[in-house]
Design a binder for this molecule. Sequence first.
Ligand SMILES: [Zn+2]
Length: 102
Amino acid sequence: MRQIFLLILLFIVGQWLVKALRRHDAQSAQRTGARGANGAGAAQGGAGSPSGQPQLAEPMIRCLECGVHAPKSDSVSVAGQTFCCAAHAQRHGARPTGRDAR
Ligand SMILES: [Zn+2]
């Protein structure tokens, strides 16, 4: 049971890493394109730049089990329901109803 959680955690961390890498790529590409706008070190603020949003090539789906948003190519769809991974699809299918004693 613990291994499953570890696997899920690894998957989420992996997705996060990929996302961070993509954002870093987009940011560096932007920086080379627009240089000299703010000469001093005004950047690196924690406010976040809304202009630096990467264009999504594919639609995102929301996992019914954990609520994580994942690209459609990475998702698993079972009976019209989408999940971020096969493990979550199995877990969701194993439950007779959506509600369970927590
Ligand atoms: Zn999930």
